[in-house]
Write a protein that binds this ligand. Structure first.
Ligand SMILES: Nc1ncnc2c1ncn2[C@@H]1O[C@H](COP(=O)(O)OP(=O)(O)O)[C@@H](O)[C@H]1O
Ligand SMILES: [Mg+2]
Length: 238
């Protein structure tokens, strides 16, 4: 088995006097799509916050490529390829598609950016067609694609996504998840946080279930898909 690219070890944190995460551990290895599943308020976004350095730890650590990066700022983690595509898409409504993408790069080299943009138009032809359009005029699905494309401009070694399917129609969700599979197949590991479990588990190599700040289940995507308990609690089936 490949070495861990990212390890969260016994993460404990919260916002007020009470902890929200009660010792969360998870691992992402090279080549994997890992899904972190959990209902509203389970602590998924907080976990991504801890991994990306937005939320500090009270206990535990974040290990990236074998090094403890718990004390590192978000920008330093970004430069090392730990990239988060945040919830609610957060694109710039008043910038064009192209400007949104340029804003996603650290390198201000126009030549390099041009090459990266060409790659983006190949992967997301619809964004190429809309490159001069303002972000705010895109559909929800297109905005999500733009958010993913922008994250890719940062050349992630790990792409983390916070509920990319939220509020999108099933067909669009399928398309977004297909893109994630393609990105993974091209060599980028993915940590996918989702509430919408079915498709997320279908594409996951491994998955964790988070409930009130604790990992309550883990297994392969297909193991969790087959679990009655998971089906009832997270797939809305009975
Ligand atoms: N900035 C914050 N300040 C105070 N409490 C917060 C903050 N963000 C999240 N929480 C609380 O932490 C818990 C976990 O939230 P979150 O990580 O956003 O869960 P999820 O992403 O799984 O819905 C919730 O009870 C939420 O109300
Ligand atoms: Mg969340």
């Amino acid at each position: 088995m490949a070495d861990a690219l990212l390890r969260l070890e016994s993460a404990r944190t919260g916002y007020g006097p009470n902890d929200v995460l009660h010792g969360v551990s998870l691992t992402v290895r090279e080549g994997e799509i890992v899904t972190l599943l959990g209902g509203n308020g389970a602590g998924k976004t907080t976990t991504l916050g801890v991994l990306s350095g937005i939320v500090g730890l009270r206990q535990g650590k974040v290990v990236w490529e074998g090094r403890d990066i718990s004390g590192q700022a978000t920008a330093d983690r970004l430069r090392q390829g730990l990239v988060l595509c945040p919830e609610a898409r957060r694109i710039f409504a008043r910038l064009t598609v192209e400007e949104n993408l340029i804003a996603g790069t650290w390198v201000r080299d126009p030549k390099l950016n041009k090459a990266k943009l060409e790659k983006t138009w190949e992967r997301f032809p619809i964004l190429g067609q809309r490159r001069k359009q303002l972000g705010g005029t895109l559909s929800g699905g297109e905005q999500q694609m733009l958010a993913i494309a922008r994250a890719l401009m940062g050349e992630p070694k790990l792409l983390m996504l916070d509920e990319p399917s939220l509020g999108l129609a099933p067909l669009i969700v399928e398309q977004i998840f297909r893109i994630l599979v393609e990105i993974n197949a091209a060599g980028t590991p993915v940590l996918l946080v989702e509430q919408n479990a079915h498709q997320a588990l279908k594409i996951a190599h491994r998955a964790y279930v988070l409930a009130t700040g604790e990992i309550v289940r883990e297994g392969t995507g297909s193991e969790l898909l087959a679990s009655d308990e998971v089906r009832r609690a997270y797939l809305g089936e009975d």
